[in-house]
Design a protein around this ligand. Structure first.
Ligand SMILES: Nc1ncnc2c1ncn2[C@@H]1O[C@H](COP(=O)(O)OP(=O)(O)OP(=O)(O)O)[C@@H](O)[C@H]1O
Ligand SMILES: O=P(O)(O)OC[C@H]1O[C@H](OP(=O)(O)OP(=O)(O)O)[C@H](O)[C@@H]1O
Ligand SMILES: O=C(O)c1cccnc1
Ligand SMILES: [Mg+2]
Length: 496
Protein backbone atom coordinates (compact mmCIF):
# COMPACT_ATOMS: atom_id res chain seq x y z
CA UNK A 1 0.00 0.00 0.00
CA UNK A 2 1.47 3.30 -1.06
CA UNK A 3 -0.51 6.03 0.58
CA UNK A 4 2.08 8.70 0.04
CA UNK A 5 2.52 8.05 -3.65
CA UNK A 6 0.20 7.08 -6.45
CA UNK A 7 -2.63 5.70 -4.33
CA UNK A 8 -5.22 6.62 -6.95
CA UNK A 9 -2.99 5.95 -10.00
CA UNK A 10 -4.23 9.22 -11.42
CA UNK A 11 -7.83 8.04 -11.76
CA UNK A 12 -10.90 8.19 -9.56
CA UNK A 13 -13.25 6.60 -12.12
CA UNK A 14 -13.69 3.46 -10.00
CA UNK A 15 -14.57 5.48 -6.92
CA UNK A 16 -18.16 4.44 -7.44
CA UNK A 17 -20.61 1.80 -6.30
CA UNK A 18 -20.38 -1.50 -8.16
CA UNK A 19 -24.03 -1.23 -9.16
CA UNK A 20 -23.27 1.91 -11.17
CA UNK A 21 -20.96 -0.22 -13.31
CA UNK A 22 -23.39 -3.09 -13.70
CA UNK A 23 -26.08 -0.60 -14.71
CA UNK A 24 -23.62 1.09 -17.04
CA UNK A 25 -22.97 -2.27 -18.67
CA UNK A 26 -26.68 -3.02 -18.96
CA UNK A 27 -27.36 0.47 -20.41
CA UNK A 28 -24.67 -0.17 -22.97
CA UNK A 29 -25.94 -3.65 -23.78
CA UNK A 30 -29.52 -2.50 -24.22
CA UNK A 31 -28.50 0.42 -26.43
CA UNK A 32 -29.54 3.07 -23.88
CA UNK A 33 -26.11 4.28 -22.86
CA UNK A 34 -26.30 7.52 -24.81
CA UNK A 35 -29.94 8.31 -24.23
CA UNK A 36 -30.01 11.80 -22.69
CA UNK A 37 -31.18 12.10 -19.10
CA UNK A 38 -31.44 14.69 -16.34
CA UNK A 39 -30.52 13.98 -12.72
CA UNK A 40 -30.74 16.23 -9.66
CA UNK A 41 -28.77 16.12 -6.44
CA UNK A 42 -30.67 17.39 -3.40
CA UNK A 43 -31.33 16.64 0.27
CA UNK A 44 -34.62 16.32 2.08
CA UNK A 45 -33.90 17.59 5.57
CA UNK A 46 -31.42 20.05 7.05
CA UNK A 47 -28.71 18.45 9.18
CA UNK A 48 -28.40 19.07 12.95
CA UNK A 49 -32.13 19.93 13.21
CA UNK A 50 -31.14 23.26 11.77
CA UNK A 51 -32.88 25.77 9.56
CA UNK A 52 -30.25 26.09 6.83
CA UNK A 53 -27.54 24.17 4.99
CA UNK A 54 -24.37 25.59 3.49
CA UNK A 55 -23.30 24.06 0.16
CA UNK A 56 -19.67 23.04 -0.34
CA UNK A 57 -17.74 20.67 -2.56
CA UNK A 58 -18.23 22.06 -6.06
CA UNK A 59 -14.54 22.59 -6.71
CA UNK A 60 -13.94 18.88 -6.02
CA UNK A 61 -16.84 17.99 -8.35
CA UNK A 62 -15.34 20.13 -11.11
CA UNK A 63 -11.98 18.46 -10.72
CA UNK A 64 -13.61 15.03 -10.66
CA UNK A 65 -15.59 15.66 -13.88
CA UNK A 66 -12.68 17.31 -15.67
CA UNK A 67 -10.55 14.23 -15.05
CA UNK A 68 -13.33 11.72 -15.57
CA UNK A 69 -11.66 8.96 -17.52
CA UNK A 70 -11.19 5.22 -17.13
CA UNK A 71 -7.46 4.61 -17.05
CA UNK A 72 -5.59 1.53 -18.27
CA UNK A 73 -5.38 0.06 -14.76
CA UNK A 74 -9.10 0.64 -14.21
CA UNK A 75 -9.99 -1.20 -17.40
CA UNK A 76 -7.59 -4.00 -16.53
CA UNK A 77 -9.19 -4.40 -13.12
CA UNK A 78 -12.68 -4.51 -14.64
CA UNK A 79 -11.58 -6.96 -17.33
CA UNK A 80 -10.55 -9.44 -14.60
CA UNK A 81 -13.92 -9.38 -12.85
CA UNK A 82 -15.72 -12.71 -13.09
CA UNK A 83 -19.34 -13.79 -12.75
CA UNK A 84 -20.38 -16.77 -10.62
CA UNK A 85 -19.57 -19.22 -13.42
CA UNK A 86 -16.04 -17.87 -13.67
CA UNK A 87 -16.79 -16.08 -16.95
CA UNK A 88 -15.67 -12.50 -17.57
CA UNK A 89 -18.30 -10.17 -16.18
CA UNK A 90 -17.87 -7.37 -18.71
CA UNK A 91 -17.84 -7.74 -22.48
CA UNK A 92 -14.57 -6.43 -24.07
CA UNK A 93 -16.73 -4.19 -26.29
CA UNK A 94 -18.09 -2.47 -23.19
CA UNK A 95 -14.61 -2.04 -21.71
CA UNK A 96 -13.53 -0.54 -25.01
CA UNK A 97 -16.47 1.83 -24.83
CA UNK A 98 -15.52 2.81 -21.26
CA UNK A 99 -11.89 3.41 -22.12
CA UNK A 100 -12.90 5.75 -24.96
CA UNK A 101 -15.61 7.49 -22.97
CA UNK A 102 -15.24 11.25 -22.66
CA UNK A 103 -17.13 13.40 -20.20
CA UNK A 104 -19.75 15.28 -22.24
CA UNK A 105 -22.42 16.31 -19.70
CA UNK A 106 -23.94 19.69 -18.91
CA UNK A 107 -23.70 20.45 -15.22
CA UNK A 108 -25.37 23.31 -13.36
CA UNK A 109 -24.79 23.75 -9.66
CA UNK A 110 -25.05 26.12 -6.72
CA UNK A 111 -21.83 27.95 -6.00
CA UNK A 112 -19.91 26.91 -2.92
CA UNK A 113 -20.92 28.97 0.07
CA UNK A 114 -24.57 29.20 -1.03
CA UNK A 115 -27.24 28.66 1.60
CA UNK A 116 -29.51 25.85 0.39
CA UNK A 117 -32.80 24.26 1.41
CA UNK A 118 -34.51 20.88 1.19
CA UNK A 119 -35.80 19.53 -2.13
CA UNK A 120 -34.17 22.19 -4.30
CA UNK A 121 -31.39 20.80 -6.51
CA UNK A 122 -27.80 21.67 -5.58
CA UNK A 123 -26.48 20.00 -8.75
CA UNK A 124 -28.23 19.21 -12.02
CA UNK A 125 -26.57 16.84 -14.48
CA UNK A 126 -27.79 16.44 -18.04
CA UNK A 127 -26.14 14.09 -20.47
CA UNK A 128 -25.82 10.49 -21.66
CA UNK A 129 -27.55 8.19 -19.20
CA UNK A 130 -24.42 6.12 -18.65
CA UNK A 131 -22.33 9.15 -17.64
CA UNK A 132 -25.04 10.62 -15.42
CA UNK A 133 -25.35 7.26 -13.70
CA UNK A 134 -21.61 6.81 -13.15
CA UNK A 135 -21.43 10.26 -11.55
CA UNK A 136 -24.05 9.51 -8.89
CA UNK A 137 -21.81 8.04 -6.22
CA UNK A 138 -18.79 10.34 -6.45
CA UNK A 139 -20.96 13.48 -6.61
CA UNK A 140 -22.89 12.38 -3.54
CA UNK A 141 -19.69 11.37 -1.76
CA UNK A 142 -18.17 14.81 -2.31
CA UNK A 143 -21.23 16.99 -1.71
CA UNK A 144 -22.73 15.10 1.22
CA UNK A 145 -19.62 15.38 3.33
CA UNK A 146 -18.37 18.85 2.49
CA UNK A 147 -21.83 20.40 2.70
CA UNK A 148 -22.37 18.70 6.05
CA UNK A 149 -19.11 20.01 7.51
CA UNK A 150 -19.51 23.51 6.07
CA UNK A 151 -22.94 23.62 7.71
CA UNK A 152 -21.57 22.41 11.05
CA UNK A 153 -18.80 25.00 10.84
CA UNK A 154 -21.32 27.74 10.06
CA UNK A 155 -23.39 26.75 13.11
CA UNK A 156 -20.32 26.74 15.36
CA UNK A 157 -19.22 30.12 14.03
CA UNK A 158 -22.71 31.55 14.50
CA UNK A 159 -22.58 30.37 18.11
CA UNK A 160 -19.17 32.04 18.53
CA UNK A 161 -20.74 35.30 17.34
CA UNK A 162 -17.84 36.47 15.23
CA UNK A 163 -15.07 35.39 17.60
CA UNK A 164 -12.34 33.32 15.96
CA UNK A 165 -12.90 29.57 15.71
CA UNK A 166 -9.70 27.57 15.19
CA UNK A 167 -10.26 24.17 13.59
CA UNK A 168 -8.27 21.46 15.44
CA UNK A 169 -9.85 18.34 13.92
CA UNK A 170 -7.15 16.44 12.06
CA UNK A 171 -6.41 13.85 14.78
CA UNK A 172 -10.05 12.78 15.07
CA UNK A 173 -11.19 13.24 11.47
CA UNK A 174 -12.47 10.40 9.29
CA UNK A 175 -9.18 9.47 7.68
CA UNK A 176 -6.84 11.47 5.52
CA UNK A 177 -9.16 12.75 2.82
CA UNK A 178 -11.92 13.30 5.39
CA UNK A 179 -9.56 15.51 7.35
CA UNK A 180 -8.46 17.57 4.36
CA UNK A 181 -11.96 18.04 2.99
CA UNK A 182 -13.22 18.88 6.48
CA UNK A 183 -10.58 21.57 6.96
CA UNK A 184 -11.54 23.11 3.64
CA UNK A 185 -15.28 22.99 4.39
CA UNK A 186 -14.72 24.34 7.92
CA UNK A 187 -12.90 27.32 6.48
CA UNK A 188 -15.77 27.95 4.05
CA UNK A 189 -18.16 27.75 7.01
CA UNK A 190 -16.30 30.57 8.76
CA UNK A 191 -13.43 29.06 10.75
CA UNK A 192 -10.43 31.34 11.01
CA UNK A 193 -7.71 28.75 10.57
CA UNK A 194 -6.83 25.08 10.63
CA UNK A 195 -4.23 23.13 12.59
CA UNK A 196 -3.84 20.83 9.53
CA UNK A 197 -0.65 22.00 7.86
CA UNK A 198 -1.30 20.03 4.70
CA UNK A 199 -4.69 21.71 4.29
CA UNK A 200 -2.81 24.98 4.66
CA UNK A 201 -0.43 24.00 1.88
CA UNK A 202 -3.03 22.54 -0.48
CA UNK A 203 -5.84 25.06 -0.05
CA UNK A 204 -4.15 28.20 1.26
CA UNK A 205 -6.05 28.10 4.55
CA UNK A 206 -4.30 30.07 7.34
CA UNK A 207 -2.59 27.66 9.74
CA UNK A 208 -2.41 28.29 13.48
CA UNK A 209 -2.01 26.57 16.83
CA UNK A 210 -0.78 26.63 20.39
CA UNK A 211 1.13 23.80 22.09
CA UNK A 212 0.22 20.52 23.83
CA UNK A 213 0.44 19.17 27.37
CA UNK A 214 3.41 17.04 26.26
CA UNK A 215 5.47 20.22 25.87
CA UNK A 216 4.86 21.13 29.51
CA UNK A 217 5.36 17.56 30.70
CA UNK A 218 8.74 17.28 29.02
CA UNK A 219 10.13 19.90 31.47
CA UNK A 220 10.72 19.74 35.24
CA UNK A 221 8.30 22.61 35.83
CA UNK A 222 5.52 24.36 33.97
CA UNK A 223 7.30 27.70 34.39
CA UNK A 224 10.42 26.40 32.63
CA UNK A 225 8.25 25.07 29.81
CA UNK A 226 6.56 28.46 29.32
CA UNK A 227 9.93 30.23 29.40
CA UNK A 228 11.42 27.91 26.80
CA UNK A 229 8.40 28.35 24.54
CA UNK A 230 8.61 32.12 24.93
CA UNK A 231 12.25 31.93 23.87
CA UNK A 232 11.34 30.00 20.73
CA UNK A 233 8.25 32.04 19.80
CA UNK A 234 8.34 35.38 21.60
CA UNK A 235 5.63 36.82 19.34
CA UNK A 236 3.22 33.86 19.34
CA UNK A 237 2.87 32.70 22.91
CA UNK A 238 -0.40 31.07 23.86
CA UNK A 239 0.32 29.13 27.03
CA UNK A 240 -1.66 25.99 27.82
CA UNK A 241 -2.34 26.51 31.51
CA UNK A 242 -4.21 23.38 32.66
CA UNK A 243 -1.58 20.63 32.76
CA UNK A 244 -1.32 20.61 36.58
CA UNK A 245 -3.37 23.34 38.24
CA UNK A 246 -5.15 25.76 35.95
CA UNK A 247 -5.03 28.86 38.14
CA UNK A 248 -1.40 28.26 39.04
CA UNK A 249 -0.82 27.86 35.31
CA UNK A 250 -2.34 31.30 34.76
CA UNK A 251 0.08 32.70 37.39
CA UNK A 252 3.01 31.14 35.53
CA UNK A 253 1.76 32.52 32.22
CA UNK A 254 1.60 35.99 33.77
CA UNK A 255 5.18 35.66 35.05
CA UNK A 256 6.44 34.73 31.61
CA UNK A 257 4.22 37.42 30.07
CA UNK A 258 5.93 40.01 32.26
CA UNK A 259 9.38 38.73 31.31
CA UNK A 260 8.38 38.92 27.64
CA UNK A 261 7.13 42.46 28.12
CA UNK A 262 10.47 43.49 29.62
CA UNK A 263 11.96 42.34 26.29
CA UNK A 264 9.43 44.42 24.38
CA UNK A 265 7.27 41.44 23.46
CA UNK A 266 3.65 40.70 24.29
CA UNK A 267 2.15 37.35 25.24
CA UNK A 268 -0.81 36.55 22.98
CA UNK A 269 -2.82 34.63 25.56
CA UNK A 270 -3.56 31.37 27.33
CA UNK A 271 -5.46 28.20 26.49
CA UNK A 272 -7.71 26.24 28.84
CA UNK A 273 -8.48 22.66 27.76
CA UNK A 274 -10.27 21.07 30.72
CA UNK A 275 -12.51 21.64 33.70
CA UNK A 276 -15.32 24.15 33.95
CA UNK A 277 -14.46 26.48 31.11
CA UNK A 278 -16.79 29.25 32.35
CA UNK A 279 -15.35 29.23 35.85
CA UNK A 280 -11.70 28.98 34.82
CA UNK A 281 -11.95 31.51 31.99
CA UNK A 282 -13.56 34.06 34.30
CA UNK A 283 -10.97 33.51 37.03
CA UNK A 284 -8.18 33.69 34.46
CA UNK A 285 -9.64 36.90 33.00
CA UNK A 286 -9.66 38.56 36.44
CA UNK A 287 -6.05 37.50 37.07
CA UNK A 288 -4.83 38.63 33.64
CA UNK A 289 -6.63 41.98 33.89
CA UNK A 290 -5.29 42.61 37.38
CA UNK A 291 -1.76 41.79 36.23
CA UNK A 292 -2.04 44.29 33.38
CA UNK A 293 -2.83 41.89 30.53
CA UNK A 294 -6.34 42.98 29.50
CA UNK A 295 -5.62 42.17 25.86
CA UNK A 296 -4.37 38.63 26.48
CA UNK A 297 -6.73 36.23 24.71
CA UNK A 298 -8.35 33.26 26.40
CA UNK A 299 -8.60 30.28 24.09
CA UNK A 300 -10.87 27.42 25.16
CA UNK A 301 -10.94 23.89 23.78
CA UNK A 302 -12.20 20.44 24.84
CA UNK A 303 -15.01 18.76 22.93
CA UNK A 304 -16.71 22.02 22.04
CA UNK A 305 -19.62 22.34 19.66
CA UNK A 306 -22.27 24.98 18.88
CA UNK A 307 -24.38 23.99 21.89
CA UNK A 308 -21.56 24.14 24.46
CA UNK A 309 -20.34 27.42 22.98
CA UNK A 310 -23.86 28.86 23.24
CA UNK A 311 -24.09 27.64 26.82
CA UNK A 312 -20.69 29.13 27.71
CA UNK A 313 -21.75 32.45 26.21
CA UNK A 314 -24.94 32.29 28.27
CA UNK A 315 -22.76 31.77 31.35
CA UNK A 316 -20.75 34.87 30.39
CA UNK A 317 -17.53 32.90 30.14
CA UNK A 318 -14.52 35.10 29.33
CA UNK A 319 -13.49 33.13 26.26
CA UNK A 320 -12.53 34.99 23.09
CA UNK A 321 -11.10 32.27 20.86
CA UNK A 322 -12.60 28.82 20.35
CA UNK A 323 -10.55 25.72 19.44
CA UNK A 324 -12.89 23.10 17.94
CA UNK A 325 -11.90 19.68 16.62
CA UNK A 326 -13.71 16.37 16.95
CA UNK A 327 -17.32 17.52 16.97
CA UNK A 328 -16.78 19.76 13.95
CA UNK A 329 -14.85 17.57 11.54
CA UNK A 330 -16.81 14.40 12.30
CA UNK A 331 -20.18 16.22 12.37
CA UNK A 332 -20.49 14.36 15.63
CA UNK A 333 -24.26 14.56 16.20
CA UNK A 334 -25.18 13.82 12.59
CA UNK A 335 -22.49 12.01 10.66
CA UNK A 336 -24.15 12.13 7.20
CA UNK A 337 -26.22 14.61 5.25
CA UNK A 338 -28.32 12.16 3.24
CA UNK A 339 -28.46 14.02 -0.06
CA UNK A 340 -29.76 11.89 -2.95
CA UNK A 341 -29.41 11.91 -6.73
CA UNK A 342 -32.53 11.22 -8.73
CA UNK A 343 -33.45 10.96 -12.38
CA UNK A 344 -36.01 13.67 -13.21
CA UNK A 345 -36.35 13.52 -17.01
CA UNK A 346 -35.31 11.43 -19.97
CA UNK A 347 -35.20 12.27 -23.66
CA UNK A 348 -37.17 10.08 -26.03
CA UNK A 349 -36.74 9.46 -29.74
CA UNK A 350 -38.68 12.49 -30.99
CA UNK A 351 -36.28 14.71 -29.04
CA UNK A 352 -38.61 15.72 -26.22
CA UNK A 353 -37.82 15.24 -22.55
CA UNK A 354 -40.25 13.14 -20.57
CA UNK A 355 -40.42 14.16 -16.90
CA UNK A 356 -40.01 11.26 -14.50
CA UNK A 357 -41.28 10.67 -11.01
CA UNK A 358 -40.61 8.09 -8.34
CA UNK A 359 -43.66 7.31 -6.28
CA UNK A 360 -43.32 6.76 -2.57
CA UNK A 361 -45.70 6.16 0.33
CA UNK A 362 -44.02 9.13 1.98
CA UNK A 363 -44.82 12.26 0.00
CA UNK A 364 -41.51 13.64 1.34
CA UNK A 365 -39.74 11.13 -0.91
CA UNK A 366 -41.55 11.87 -4.18
CA UNK A 367 -39.01 13.71 -6.33
CA UNK A 368 -39.52 16.88 -8.34
CA UNK A 369 -39.85 15.94 -12.04
CA UNK A 370 -38.60 17.72 -15.15
CA UNK A 371 -35.77 20.04 -16.08
CA UNK A 372 -35.85 22.63 -13.37
CA UNK A 373 -33.85 25.35 -11.71
CA UNK A 374 -34.12 27.36 -8.49
CA UNK A 375 -34.72 31.07 -8.13
CA UNK A 376 -34.15 32.94 -4.89
CA UNK A 377 -36.05 36.15 -4.22
CA UNK A 378 -34.42 38.83 -2.08
CA UNK A 379 -36.00 41.87 -0.49
CA UNK A 380 -33.56 44.56 0.64
CA UNK A 381 -30.78 42.00 0.59
CA UNK A 382 -32.68 39.45 2.68
CA UNK A 383 -33.72 36.09 1.19
CA UNK A 384 -37.51 35.72 1.27
CA UNK A 385 -38.26 32.51 -0.64
CA UNK A 386 -36.88 29.96 -3.10
CA UNK A 387 -38.88 28.82 -6.10
CA UNK A 388 -38.23 25.59 -8.00
CA UNK A 389 -39.46 26.08 -11.56
CA UNK A 390 -39.42 24.42 -14.98
CA UNK A 391 -36.80 26.12 -17.09
CA UNK A 392 -38.81 26.02 -20.31
CA UNK A 393 -42.06 27.42 -18.87
CA UNK A 394 -43.14 31.04 -18.85
CA UNK A 395 -43.59 32.34 -15.35
CA UNK A 396 -46.41 34.79 -14.74
CA UNK A 397 -44.49 38.01 -14.07
CA UNK A 398 -47.39 39.65 -12.22
CA UNK A 399 -47.74 37.21 -9.41
CA UNK A 400 -46.36 33.82 -8.58
CA UNK A 401 -47.67 31.28 -6.15
CA UNK A 402 -45.15 28.82 -4.82
CA UNK A 403 -46.47 25.60 -3.36
CA UNK A 404 -44.81 23.54 -0.67
CA UNK A 405 -43.74 20.21 -2.23
CA UNK A 406 -44.78 18.21 0.85
CA UNK A 407 -47.99 19.99 1.84
CA UNK A 408 -49.78 21.63 -1.10
CA UNK A 409 -51.98 23.68 1.22
CA UNK A 410 -48.92 25.68 2.23
CA UNK A 411 -48.57 28.39 -0.39
CA UNK A 412 -46.86 31.70 -0.70
CA UNK A 413 -47.64 34.50 -3.11
CA UNK A 414 -44.63 36.31 -4.56
CA UNK A 415 -44.72 39.62 -6.39
CA UNK A 416 -41.48 39.34 -8.37
CA UNK A 417 -41.80 43.01 -9.18
CA UNK A 418 -40.71 43.95 -5.67
CA UNK A 419 -37.81 41.57 -5.36
CA UNK A 420 -34.30 41.05 -6.61
CA UNK A 421 -33.78 37.54 -7.89
CA UNK A 422 -30.89 35.15 -8.26
CA UNK A 423 -30.88 31.95 -10.27
CA UNK A 424 -29.08 29.50 -8.01
CA UNK A 425 -27.98 26.78 -10.42
CA UNK A 426 -25.13 28.27 -12.45
CA UNK A 427 -23.69 26.71 -15.61
CA UNK A 428 -20.55 24.75 -14.69
CA UNK A 429 -20.03 22.45 -17.72
CA UNK A 430 -21.49 22.57 -21.22
CA UNK A 431 -21.10 19.40 -23.27
CA UNK A 432 -18.21 18.44 -21.03
CA UNK A 433 -16.45 21.77 -21.36
CA UNK A 434 -15.86 23.70 -18.17
CA UNK A 435 -17.54 27.12 -18.35
CA UNK A 436 -17.13 28.13 -14.70
CA UNK A 437 -14.01 28.63 -12.65
CA UNK A 438 -14.23 28.30 -8.89
CA UNK A 439 -13.29 31.46 -7.06
CA UNK A 440 -10.45 31.22 -4.56
CA UNK A 441 -11.28 29.85 -1.14
CA UNK A 442 -11.44 33.21 0.63
CA UNK A 443 -13.97 34.48 -1.94
CA UNK A 444 -16.04 31.34 -1.32
CA UNK A 445 -15.78 31.95 2.43
CA UNK A 446 -16.95 35.54 1.93
CA UNK A 447 -19.89 34.33 -0.15
CA UNK A 448 -20.85 31.96 2.67
CA UNK A 449 -20.71 34.83 5.15
CA UNK A 450 -22.86 37.12 3.01
CA UNK A 451 -25.32 34.32 2.21
CA UNK A 452 -25.72 33.68 5.95
CA UNK A 453 -26.16 37.43 6.47
CA UNK A 454 -28.98 37.40 3.92
CA UNK A 455 -30.85 34.81 5.97
CA UNK A 456 -33.17 36.03 8.71
CA UNK A 457 -31.96 35.13 12.19
CA UNK A 458 -35.11 33.09 12.85
CA UNK A 459 -33.81 30.48 10.35
CA UNK A 460 -30.40 30.42 12.00
CA UNK A 461 -31.35 29.76 15.60
CA UNK A 462 -30.25 26.40 17.00
CA UNK A 463 -33.56 25.37 18.57
CA UNK A 464 -36.73 24.99 16.47
CA UNK A 465 -35.64 27.27 13.64
CA UNK A 466 -38.32 28.94 11.56
CA UNK A 467 -39.00 27.18 8.23
CA UNK A 468 -37.72 29.07 5.18
CA UNK A 469 -40.26 28.95 2.32
CA UNK A 470 -39.25 26.78 -0.63
CA UNK A 471 -41.94 25.92 -3.12
CA UNK A 472 -42.75 24.62 -6.55
CA UNK A 473 -43.87 27.14 -9.15
CA UNK A 474 -47.50 26.43 -10.10
CA UNK A 475 -46.80 24.77 -13.47
CA UNK A 476 -44.29 22.45 -11.85
CA UNK A 477 -46.66 21.68 -9.00
CA UNK A 478 -49.38 20.73 -11.51
CA UNK A 479 -46.98 18.59 -13.53
CA UNK A 480 -45.88 16.76 -10.40
CA UNK A 481 -49.44 16.20 -9.18
CA UNK A 482 -50.51 14.92 -12.60
CA UNK A 483 -47.58 12.50 -12.75
CA UNK A 484 -48.26 11.21 -9.26
CA UNK A 485 -51.92 10.60 -10.08
CA UNK A 486 -51.02 8.92 -13.36
CA UNK A 487 -48.44 6.70 -11.68
CA UNK A 488 -50.97 5.71 -9.01
CA UNK A 489 -53.48 4.72 -11.73
CA UNK A 490 -50.80 2.62 -13.38
CA UNK A 491 -50.11 1.01 -10.04
CA UNK A 492 -53.74 0.09 -9.61
CA UNK A 493 -53.83 -1.43 -13.10
CA UNK A 494 -50.79 -3.54 -12.19
CA UNK A 495 -52.58 -4.85 -9.14
CA UNK A 496 -55.65 -5.97 -11.15
N1 LIG B 1 -19.15 25.72 32.02
C1 LIG B 1 -19.44 24.78 31.16
N2 LIG B 1 -20.68 24.66 30.68
C2 LIG B 1 -21.00 23.70 29.80
N3 LIG B 1 -20.13 22.81 29.34
C3 LIG B 1 -18.86 22.88 29.77
C4 LIG B 1 -18.45 23.86 30.69
N4 LIG B 1 -17.14 23.67 30.93
C5 LIG B 1 -16.73 22.63 30.18
N5 LIG B 1 -17.77 22.15 29.47
C6 LIG B 1 -17.78 21.01 28.53
O1 LIG B 1 -18.01 19.85 29.30
C7 LIG B 1 -17.27 18.76 28.81
C8 LIG B 1 -16.31 18.32 29.89
O2 LIG B 1 -15.87 17.07 29.57
P1 LIG B 1 -14.95 16.20 30.48
O3 LIG B 1 -15.56 16.06 31.84
O4 LIG B 1 -14.58 14.98 29.72
O5 LIG B 1 -13.69 17.14 30.53
P2 LIG B 1 -12.68 17.37 31.68
O6 LIG B 1 -12.68 16.24 32.60
O7 LIG B 1 -12.94 18.70 32.24
O8 LIG B 1 -11.35 17.47 30.85
P3 LIG B 1 -10.28 16.37 30.50
O9 LIG B 1 -10.95 15.02 30.53
O10 LIG B 1 -9.81 16.77 29.14
O11 LIG B 1 -9.24 16.55 31.57
C9 LIG B 1 -16.55 19.25 27.58
O12 LIG B 1 -17.31 18.96 26.43
C10 LIG B 1 -16.48 20.75 27.80
O13 LIG B 1 -16.40 21.48 26.59
O1 LIG C 1 -11.52 18.55 21.86
P1 LIG C 1 -11.50 18.80 20.39
O2 LIG C 1 -12.64 19.66 19.95
O3 LIG C 1 -11.38 17.55 19.59
O4 LIG C 1 -10.20 19.71 20.10
C1 LIG C 1 -8.95 19.21 19.93
C2 LIG C 1 -8.40 18.56 21.19
O5 LIG C 1 -7.23 17.91 20.85
C3 LIG C 1 -6.24 18.18 21.80
O6 LIG C 1 -6.15 17.30 22.86
P2 LIG C 1 -6.58 15.77 22.86
O7 LIG C 1 -8.07 15.69 22.79
O8 LIG C 1 -5.80 15.00 21.86
O9 LIG C 1 -6.15 15.31 24.31
P3 LIG C 1 -6.83 15.72 25.66
O10 LIG C 1 -8.30 15.51 25.50
O11 LIG C 1 -6.23 14.82 26.66
O12 LIG C 1 -6.49 17.15 25.86
C4 LIG C 1 -6.61 19.56 22.32
O13 LIG C 1 -6.06 19.80 23.57
C5 LIG C 1 -8.09 19.54 22.30
O14 LIG C 1 -8.61 19.14 23.52
O1 LIG D 1 -2.77 24.02 18.32
C1 LIG D 1 -3.48 23.52 19.19
O2 LIG D 1 -3.69 24.05 20.29
C2 LIG D 1 -4.15 22.21 18.90
C3 LIG D 1 -3.98 21.56 17.74
C4 LIG D 1 -4.60 20.36 17.51
C5 LIG D 1 -5.41 19.83 18.45
N1 LIG D 1 -5.60 20.46 19.61
C6 LIG D 1 -4.98 21.65 19.84
MG1 LIG E 1 -9.75 15.94 24.29
Amino acid sequence: MKITKDLYQGSLALLTDFYQLTMAYAYWKSGKAEQEAVFNLFFRKHPFQGGFTLAAGLDYVIDYCKNFKFGKEDIHYLSEMKDKDGERLFDPGFLDYLSNMKFTCDIDAVEEGTVVFPNAPMIRVKGPLIQCQLLETPLLNIFNFQTLIATKAARINLAAKGEPVLEFGLRRAQGIDGALAASRASYIGGCTSTSNVMAGKLFGIPVSGTHAHSWIMSFETELEAFEAYADAFPDQCIFLVDTYDTLNGVKNAIKVGEALRSRGKEMVGIRIDSGDLAYYSNKAREMLDEAGFPDAKIVASNDLDEHIITSLKGQEASINVWGVGTKLVTAFDQPALGAVYKLSAIRIENGTYVPKIKISQQSLKINVPGFHNVKRYYSKGMAVADMIYLEDQEINPKGIVIIDPIDSTRRKRIMPYFYQEEILLKPIFREGKQVYTSPDLSTIRNRAASQLESLDKTHKRMVNPHLYPVGLEENLHHLRTELVLKAQKLDQKDEK
